[in-house]
Design a protein around this ligand. Structure first.
Ligand SMILES: Nc1ncnc2c1ncn2[C@@H]1O[C@H](COP(=O)(O)OP(=O)(O)OP(=O)(O)O)[C@@H](O)[C@H]1O
Ligand SMILES: [Mg+2]
Length: 489
């Protein structure tokens, strides 16, 4: 059971919660939603008692296991002798049980006896989820658990949630995840800094919230009309002085009671990617590339080229080598054999869902200043478009919310006239509205693009001209039949 009473919380001058209360009962399954930066991860942090509250009371009864949104360094993981020791520290499970979870979260290629230290952020995050699930706590807290999973992995997580016999709080921008076996939705209203509670699943929440907004609008309209008619009466001037004073008072009272109109959610403004700098006909070609890690051959004689302005989708299940290929393309890894030939005028912009290119200790504004030589006014206006307020631009990158980091990474792409974008899951962490805006900007982009995404809708709308399938290592013109492969394993 979790009970939060009259809690207020802020980071410096930035208020996140203003006097909120909530209750999660035993065996209840709760979806926590709200736009990027609303405070979802903050609330989960407060509940898992990692952070101190300013005012208010957080009470938790029962054991709790919490997996944060992103894991780069987890001391428990870094200090474990093996993956197995990390996942099941008390050795309470058989190997086959542990293996079943690894398979569910698409990590079956990992060796239980290996060390977990050198794994990628996405792999570490998934291992942390498995560790929490194996611990079977009374309260399981998951912050966007499906970010690094494809459709099959998401389905596995969904099934797990629906059969789990204890309480769960789950944050997700993947709304289908919150449409099954969810008892209630807690919505963080970023304007009022309050929590609104809705019974039922996400779909029911959307309906109830819309009804609530419509009702408020109706009440507002009726009261405003009443006020207006009283004001007109006053203008006619037919009343006595006393009546006029009374009427004036009534108008003031009604005005005070006027329900506040719900404000539209603040979202990214429409973005336009700049015209790409002119380059050669073939911005990049990949000649017979192979790459192995130990005995594991990841890429076997990959061979393709890209034409100017062409969009190429990279499709394959987790572990098929997409990220390895992407890292070779952008020069972060080198192939064992073969070469990448880059056009002399190639300007390549790279987006990675793990944000490994950021210096987390740097401020938002300094990050942009370091990357491009633009004047401060221009930088500030772009940052404003990406919803970084004057106060936020001095925040360090490490303290930004997941969605805010993605927004910053995309701002960096927009500030430069790249002619090839290599995008590895560019919508991770983004709320639904922001995903849409990024998609529209990418659709309009005139440069070449190599894109990795597990979101069918996204690939469909981007309409790539060709596709590279891994691990089959086959290149083909795009057909809609490939859509089925986007989300599957
Ligand atoms: N240490 C910190 N110092 C200053 N501000 C912070 C700090 N940590 C978080 N914030 C700010 O508090 C707000 C809430 O952050 P939080 O991570 O809880 O959002 P969220 O709802 O989880 O967002 P997302 O959907 O993007 O993950 C954000 O604006 C964030 O920048
Ligand atoms: Mg978050």
């Amino acid at each position: 059971m979790i009970s939060v009473q009259n809690l207020s919380f802020s980071y410096g001058g930035h208020i996140v919660f203003d006097d909120i209360s909530l209750l999660v009962n035993d065996n209840q399954k709760v979806g926590l939603v709200g736009p990027n930066g609303a405070g979802k991860s903050t609330l989960l942090g407060l509940i898992s008692q990692n952070q101190q509250t300013d005012i208010g009371r957080v009470q938790v009864v029962g054991s709790i296991a919490s997996v944060p949104q992103e894991i780069k360094h987890d001391p428990a993981l870094d200090n474990s002798s093996s993956i197995r020791a990390y996942l099941d520290p008390e050795h309470e499970h058989y190997d086959f049980e542990v293996t079943k979870f690894l398979k569910g979260l698409e990590l079956s290629r990992l060796n239980l006896t290996d060390s977990a230290k050198l794994l990628s952020g996405g792999q570490k995050t998934r291992l942390a989820i498995i560790r929490a699930l194996l611990a079977e706590p009374d309260i399981l807290i998951l912050d966007e658990p499906t970010n690094y999973l494809d459709t099959k992995g998401k389905k596995w997580v969904m099934d797990f949630i629906s059969t789990y016999q204890k309480s769960i709080i789950i944050v997700s921008h993947d709304l289908s995840l919150l449409d099954h076996s969810i008892d209630k939705i807690l919505f963080i209203n970023a304007h009022t800094k309050k929590i609104e509670e809705y019974k039922g699943t996400y779909a029911q929440f959307l309906k109830l919230r819309e009804e609530k907004i419509n009702l408020t609008k109706k009440q507002h309209k009726a009261s405003a009309a009443h006020i207006q008619s009283m004001q007109e009466g006053l203008r006619m001037g037919t009343q006595s002085v006393k009546q006029r004073i009374q009427l004036q008072k009534r108008i003031e009272r009604e005005k005070e009671k006027l329900p506040e109109l719900p404000r539209e959610a603040a979202g990214l403004k429409n973005i336009r990617l700049p015209e790409p700098t002119r380059g050669g006909q073939i911005p990049l070609s990949v000649n017979h590339i192979s790459k192995s890690y130990g005995d594991n051959k990841i890429l076997d004689n990959v061979n393709f080229y890209l034409e100017r302005g062409e969009k190429l989708a990279l499709i394959g299940k987790n572990g098929a080598g997409k990220s390895t290929l992407v890292k070779i393309l952008v020069g972060l890894e080198s192939p064992d054999s073969g070469e990448v030939v880059r056009d002399v005028n190639l300007k390549l912009g790279y987006y990675s869902q793990e944000h490994e290119v950021f210096d987390f200790a740097e401020t938002v504004i300094k990050t942009i200043q370091n990357a491009c030589h633009l004047n401060d006014g221009h930088i500030r206006s772009i940052l404003g478009k990406f919803m970084f307020s004057e106060q936020k631009i001095y925040q360090t990158v490490g303290t930004l919310s997941g969605g805010e980091k993605t927004r910053l990474a995309i701002a960096l792409l927009v500030l430069q006239d790249y002619n090839l974008l290599v995008l590895d899951e560019p919508t991770t962490y983004l709320d639904v509205l922001s995903q849409r805006i990024i998609l529209e900007a990418l659709k309009e982009y005139k440069g070449a693009m190599i894109i990795v995404s597990h979101t069918e809708e996204f690939i469909k709308e981007l309409a790539p001209s060709r596709v590279l399938l891994l691990p089959e290592n086959r290149i083909d013109h795009w057909h809609d039949e490939y859509l089925a492969k986007v989300g599957e394993v």
